[in-house]
Design a binder for this molecule. Structure first.
Ligand code: GLN
Ligand code: ZN
Length: 768
């Protein structure tokens, strides 16, 4: 049985690549230092993989920014606007062109925008979207894959396995610039370049090549299916002698099983961690000579593999195909796992015994092979770890389980329907038309960040820290009153991060020191780990919210993070359905909502920016997901009286296809991001006749630019043309924590002016 790996995290266990790239961008180090860091990291990672007994070691999985952008450069899909960069930076500075495509180019009198970025399937990794024109040409442009092959071979002494994104997935990942064509029609022009690359690799001595085709595990049109058949027929015909692995992951093949199994390649890889149920159908569909690579170790989570489960898959596949036709690997690239568990010296040893990061995951692949050969000691040790986790009293809280099981339909609905609530809330808060508010956070200055760092190091006391946070909060409130906002916020100065803050206060969560995962470019996130039943031992936000409310007679809006967002941005336990974990978090948030109401807070916002990104890849799975996700929100929100106003906030996502579910959340007010699309996003709400109140963002918070009163007024006008004026709120697109104070003050003052103008000109706004 060959053991292989689909890709290794490239950041480095101490985020060396992040640091090197950022220093390079700032001009603090030169190109050769950057390349040296990259070389050392790749070598370190190749060694780890070799030490873990991998028979095929990937190369070209390393990337300075993103593997899809690497493909665009390899295939010469460089948008025309970068032409001046090519001449400007001169001959051998491919890397500067590359970073210009990723980050834009504002130098030497040029101002060229970056390429668009979007989420990689249902992960939190973001890739750079290829841009295609109708007359798009492709050509072999970059030598990175060939250099990587030579370097890996030289360093490891064995023949490495180059990794590329397959041609059909590459096209599908991109976006058409201009109309009148579909990118899949570019296949004929693209294929010759792929073939040239593969032939060149063969000449260099490559034997195995991995082509990632994750779209095979998604819903495909007939034309896309046909593209797969055509592409691989052509590739197979012209690259004889190469052993091609087509890798699928993140979902099962389902109706594409026969299509994928019959591609004329040497090996098909399937992800059994995401879709174990596909194994039988795939085994049945396998043609006589093709090998099957079993993705048995979860590449997207941090839990230790359950060897018994993996072995049952391996045994079944070996029985059906014979050992020489079975390979084993992690389910997907380990890009989505943190690097190395052995750096987690502060985690509790019991917890460590339940986990595996990238390095350990490869050891698991190796162990599975050894156990398959008869090493029972390894299996026994794994069984002990798995059963210790399964039975641990740290994980299982009977009272939490009982409470989740006891949630009734009445427990997920507000007392009265929205129209009645709206009246009661109007009577209580007496807000003007076009009430103004913000999304929660105010600028997190270096002072505040340093304060938190000092507290963590023990350099200042909790009291000293609290005092400073109180000062920042008080001054934010004075300032909001001064500029005339209607519903105030406390500013979230006490929060490091909107998920981490709650995770630290909830039971069932733990945190790693170095569990970083690449999000985009040099940006990494360190998701909390939800290991056990979630409960809320004490109030989480009441103290600061009450304090803030005590300083003003205006309504103070409390800020909470919603259950789906907490779930989505964490490593989630894999021993129970995600829906159940969501309900447990929802109950904890519900208790906080109740405590806030008890403390006299009348307006409570439950942020759910991540609802949309949790949407399953397959259409048929979306309804069930949305059902439980929306229910989780409603569990959190529905505990309050009718005259308590629940807000929610969502941003940076398409709403069209989920608008029905957003309405079903039944928040009294939703604030969304709309300013960049000039209110286009509002269309979904207008078409649907969204019944509740809504605050379409009028201020794009992603730029230091200060929007004028006039432009925000014109956005309000557009909103008023689409939705009932009595339902409209005025607010920025999102939280302001990444902004600086001066621009924030100026922008919000303009926003308040725009709202006042809207109120004054109300009759002009309402279309009769
Ligand atoms: N309340 C949060 C903030 O203002 C919301 C952030 C978000 O939507 N991502 O920072
Ligand atoms: Zn937001």
């Amino acid at each position: 049985m060959l053991k292989h790996n689909l890709g290794y995290p490239r950041m480095g266990s101490r985020r060396q690549l992040k640091k090197a790239c950022e220093q390079y961008w700032q001009g603090l180090i030169g190109r050769s230092d950057l390349f040296l860091t990259a070389k050392r990291l790749q070598e370190e990672h190749w060694k780890i993989q070799q030490d873990a007994g991998m028979d095929l070691i990937p190369c070209n999985d390393f990337s300075f920014y993103d593997q899809v952008l690497d493909m665009s450069l390899l295939l010469g899909a460089v948008p025309d606007r970068y032409a001046p960069v090519v001449t400007e930076v001169g001959g051998n500075a491919e890397i500067d062109l590359y970073f210009a495509m990723a980050r834009g180019f504002q130098q030497q009198g040029l101002d060229i925008t970056a390429m668009e970025m979007t989420k990689w399937f249902d992960t939190n990794y973001h890739y750079i979207v290829p841009e295609f024109t109708a007359d798009q040409q492709f050509r072999l442009f970059s030598n990175k894959v060939f250099n990587a092959f030579d370097a890996a071979r030289h360093f490891t002494g064995v023949i490495p396995k180059p990794v590329l994104i397959g041609p059909v997935s590459y096209l599908l990942l991109g976006k058409e610039k201009g109309s009148g064509f579909h990118r899949i029609a570019l296949l004929n022009r693209l294929l010759p370049v792929y073939i040239e690359i593969l032939q060149k690799l063969r000449e260099q001595g490559a034997v195995w090549v991995q082509l990632d085709e994750p779209f095979l595990a998604t819903d495909l049109t007939e034309a896309e299916k046909e593209a797969y058949v055509q592409a691989y027929r052509e590739i197979a015909r012209q690259t004889k002698g190469l052993k091609l692995i087509v890798a699928t992951y993140f979902e099962g093949l389902r109706e594409n099983t026969a299509l994928a199994a019959n591609l004329p390649v040497c090996c098909l890889h399937i992800d059994l961690t995401r879709a174990p149920q596909q194994l039988d159908a795939v085994l049945q569909a396998m043609p006589p000579k093709t090998s099957l690579s079993l993705g048995v170790v979860d590449g997207r989570n941090i839990w230790k593999n359950d060897y018994d489960t993996s072995l049952s898959f391996i045994r079944k596949a070996v029985a059906a195909l014979g050992e020489e036709r079975v390979m084993i690997a992690p389910g997907c690239s380990l890009l989505h796992s943190p690097a190395d568990l052995s750096l987690e010296t502060e985690l509790d040893p019991e917890m460590i015994s339940w986990m595996a990061f990238a390095r350990q995951k490869l050891q698991e692949v190796q162990a599975l092979d050894l156990i398959f050969q008869g090493n029972m000691a390894l299996l026994e040790a794994n069984r002990a770890a798995i059963s210790s986790r399964r039975g641990s009293s740290r994980i299982h809280k009977p009272e939490v389980k009982q409470r989740t099981a006891a949630i009734t339909d009445a427990g997920v609905a507000r007392q009265s329907a929205f129209p009645q609530r709206q009246q009661l809330q109007a009577d209580r808060f007496r807000l003007p038309l076009f009430p103004t508010t913000t999304i929660g956070s105010f600028p997190q200055t270096d002072d505040i960040r340093q304060l938190r760092a000092q507290l963590r190091k023990g350099a200042i006391t909790q009291e000293a820290y609290d005092e400073k946070i109180a000062e920042a909060t008080a001054s934010a409130i004075r300032w909001q009153e001064k500029i005339g906002l209607d519903v105030l916020v406390h500013g979230e100065f006490e929060r490091n991060d909107m998920v981490e803050y709650f995770g630290e206060l909830l039971d069932g969560f733990t945190f790693t020191r170095n569990g970083w995962v690449q999000s985009y470019g040099s940006r990494c996130v360190k998701p909390p780990v939800i290991y056990g039943d979630v409960s809320r031992p004490e109030d989480m936000t009441v103290k600061w919210t009450k304090y803030a409310q005590s300083l003003t007679s205006l309504p103070m809006k409390a800020m909470l993070t919603g259950p789906v967002t907490i779930l989505q941005w964490s490593f989630v336990r894999d021993d129970q359905p995600r829906s159940l974990t969501a309900s447990q978090i929802a109950l904890a948030i519900r208790d906080e909502v109740a405590a806030l109401e008890q403390a006299g807070i009348g307006i409570i916002q439950i942020d759910e920016p991540a609802v949309r990104e949790g949407l399953p890849l397959r259409k048929e799975d979306r309804e069930p997901y949305l059902d439980w996700a929306i229910r989780a929100f409603r569990i959190s929100a529905s505990v309050v009286r009718d005259d308590t106003q629940i807000h929610t906030h969502m941003c940076y996502s398409e709403f069209n296809d989920i608008i029905r579910h957003i309405a079903a959340m039944d928040a009294d007010v939703i604030t969304i991001e709309t300013s960049r699309s000039q209110m286009e996003l509002l269309e979904a709400f207008a078409d649907f006749r969204y019944p509740n109140e809504i605050g379409p963002g009028v201020y794009d918070i992603h730029s230091p630019r200060i929007p004028t009163r006039a432009e925000m007024f014109s956005l309000l006008q557009k909103a008023a043309e689409r939705l009932p004026v009595r339902n409209l709120w005025v607010n920025p697109d999102c939280g302001l924590k990444t902004r600086k104070w001066p621009e924030t003050e100026a922008a919000l003052a303009n926003m308040v002016d725009a709202a006042r103008e809207a109120r004054a000109g109300i009759s002009d706004l309402v279309k009769v």
